[in-house]
Design a protein around this ligand. Structure first.
Ligand code: SF4
Ligand code: MSK
Length: 648
């Protein structure tokens, strides 16, 4: 059966791996042995025990959507009990995955909008940190008097509109879409019938159409994926970023450090893990306020560090050190130096409780929708944010007293990182070169070929791929070819740890790109800009669209015609699938690896990897090899350059 040889090969490769093949992060390599000695199992061990993968699930030709099943397509059964074909199973499965991603981001956005509402009404202790952004949002949303209205009143109006948009049930939504999408895309999506009315409806509708006895047209189901991807981009990612910037400030470049070596044995170490800065920002504040209590407990102070995307959020705004990404999270606990790991939601392995149980470390869950047996649950209510954050930090101080110094092992690796490249920050740098037309220097560099193009490298880690290898090797290949890289999510952590996000990293770029990075860096008061720019968390992929829209409008071309592409080279979560779908819907060809479960349908594979280009001007591409992936992405960029009449 299709996929079987791939499954056998993957099993063989995974089982043959030594520690040195599982990760390129030197801290992980050191910790594998430490964890083994302590009898701790990790995601890498559990992966081996899941091999070989089920060939039906691997290729997407299985279904559990009703109780006549589960069904699968086999040599003797070319349909499920209800009559669903392989194409239908694959398309329905992919749509359900996309909905999982969209639901996660839209629910995150809803949480932020509610916090803004409570803050505006004086019911939650969050100030408005970016007045200019709030006023410009107010204007873009058509709120009369947004310029001069009292700040809290405007914040309440914006929050209520955001909630209304998220929950729009018919054609009453669309403001966030119109605010952030180009006219050309709105027309394309309208023609295809994939304009989402709001954030929640495409998820509701998608669950409905994929349940037994509904949509059985694989093409129509894939259009549902595109609609859900678009909803994710505008009502999940953009809405979250917009309101988080209002509440916590729009990022500006900040120096910090990345890697497991940011932990310090003499300090109370608290790791914030998850996605939403509503909690982690308060933990940072509470830690600052309680430094003295930590000193009284015998520590030198309190050190807050970040994991995954909430780590990116507090790095880009507060310069909080980044201790690692998804595939570091378990081994960070295994250092024995963590007094508390505080989690909100998304990408939190249930295994963390088991590992924390081997140490004094408190794993603290805080969201009503994320509870883990073995963890301590302290519900984080925004209205009592300061109080709860202090309670959590005090628990970490208490936990510090229980430490067993004999169990502590902190790898020394850490690297300098500059994060916080919002579009606003980038424009400020560019305006030092051309105050009246800040985008001009960027456009000129692209036109001249000094910047051949740009690739966004985003998304997760996946233990099926050696940890960070694709992120880092792909980025190195691209920057060497004068292609600028923008990164978010766990990819950004990987790049930071590998030294691609520090100013001196510019030397890894090709000569022409080096000159641009040097010039822009000097304008920003740095030695150079790093060759990989830290654009933030997963929801901050919105910032990449913000930049593309600005460039497209400046050049008067469609985004699909810009010399840009994207890659999720260690794809894991449903959220990465929905973000990738959004990118393709925007007109950005997107490389993915490993492949989602589509191989069991030639029709669906062809739709996504070929036909999508006719409909959207972009498609999915796949390669598991960093150099080959770079070749493919460079070819996409060169093709766009040729079409624009630019020299290669
Ligand atoms: Fe089987 Fe159809 Fe039920 Fe899926 S929906 S489990 S294919 S009968
Ligand atoms: S945290 S979604 S593993 S990037 Fe955003 Fe990392 Fe992927 Fe989670």
């Amino acid at each position: 059966m299709k996929g079987e040889s791939l499954i056998t090969r993957e099993k063989r490769e995974i089982e043959a791996r030594g520690d040195e093949d599982k990760s390129i992060d030197p801290a992980n390599l050191e910790m594998f042995e430490v964890a083994r000695r302590a009898g701790i199992e990790t995601v890498f061990d559990r992966l081996e025990r899941q091999e070989p993968k089920c060939p039906y699930c691997y290729t997407g030709v299985s279904c559990r959507n009703c109780v006549m099943g589960p069904c699968r397509i086999t040599a003797k059964a070319d349909r499920g009990v209800c009559g669903a074909t392989a194409d239908v199973m694959v398309a329905r499965g992919l749509l359900r995955n996309t909905l999982g991603g969209t639901a996660s981001h839209v629910d995150h956005a809803r949480h932020v909008a509610l916090t803004l509402l409570h803050a505006a009404r004086g019911e939650a202790p969050y100030p408005i940190r970016d007045e200019a952004k709030l006023r410009s949002l107010g204007r873009a949303l058509g709120i009369e008097g947004a310029e001069s209205m009292p700040l809290r009143e405007l914040a309440e109006r914006v929050a209520l509109l955001a909630l209304e948009e998220i929950g729009a049930t018919h054609a009453n939504g669309g403001r966030w879409l119109r605010m952030h999408a180009t006219q050309e895309r709105l027309e394309t999506w309208s023609r295809l019938g994939v304009l989402p009315e709001g954030g929640m409806l495409p998820v509701l509708e998608g669950m409905h159409r994929t349940s037994m006895g509904n949509d059985a047209d694989p093409v129509n189901l894939i259009l549902g994926c595109i609609k859900a991807g678009i909803a994710d981009g505008f009502y999940g990612l953009h809405l979250s970023t917009d309101l988080q910037d209002v509440l916590f400030g729009t990022p500006r470049p900040k120096f910090s450090s990345a890697g497991m070596g940011v932990l310090e044995a003499e300090y109370v170490n608290i790791a914030c893990h998850g996605h939403v800065p509503i909690l982690s920002e308060k933990i940072v504040e509470a830690a600052e306020a309680l430094q003295e209590e930590a000193r009284k407990a015998g520590a030198k102070g309190i050190r807050v560090v970040g994991i995954c995307c909430t780590g990116n959020e507090i790095l880009e705004r507060q310069g909080i050190p980044a201790v690692g990404n998804e595939l570091n999270s378990e081994l960070v606990v295994a250092t024995g130096a963590l007094d508390a790991m505080v989690v909100d939601y998304q990408c939190i392995f249930p295994s963390l409780a088991q590992i924390a149980g081997c140490f004094h470390t408190k794993l603290i869950t805080t969201a009503p929708i994320v509870k883990i047996p073995g963890a301590e649950h302290i519900e984080f209510e925004e209205r009592r944010a300061d109080e709860v954050a202090k309670e959590i930090v005090r628990l970490a101080i208490e936990s510090y007293r229980q430490r067993d110094p004999g169990k502590i092992h902190i790898p020394k690796f850490k690297t300098e990182v500059v994060a916080g490249f919002s579009v606003e920050a980038l424009l400020e740098v560019l305006s030092k070169i051309n105050p009246s037309d800040p985008l001009a220097p960027l456009v000129d560099s692209i036109a001249a070929g000094d910047i051949k193009g740009a690739v966004a490298i985003v998304g997760c880690n996946n233990p099926r791929v050696p940890h960070d290898l694709m992120h880092v090797e792909l980025a190195k290949e691209l920057v060497k070819r004068d292609i600028l890289v923008l990164a978010t999510g766990c990819a950004a952590h990987g790049h930071a740890k590998a030294g691609l996000m520090k100013p001196s990293g510019y030397r890894l770029a090709g000569e022409r790109l080096q000159r641009v990075l040097k010039a822009l860096g000097e304008a920003a008061g740095l030695e150079a800009l790093p060759p990989v720019l830290h654009f933030g968390s997963c929801v901050d992929n919105s910032r990449i669209n913000q930049l593309l829209k600005a460039l497209a409008e400046k050049l008067n071309v469609a985004i699909k015609d810009l010399p840009v592409a994207a890659s999720a080279p260690e794809l894991t979560t449903e959220k990465a699938i929905s973000i990738g779908t959004w990118a393709v819907a925007l007109g950005v060809t997107t490389h993915v690896n490993p492949l989602p479960r589509i191989m069991g349908s030639e029709l669906v594979t062809e739709l996504l990897t070929q036909k999508a280009e006719e409909l959207l001007g972009a498609k999915f591409i796949h390669s598991p090899d960093p150099r080959e992936s770079a070749d493919m992405l460079e070819e996409v960029i060169l093709e766009k350059r040729r079409k624009l009449g630019l020299a290669a």
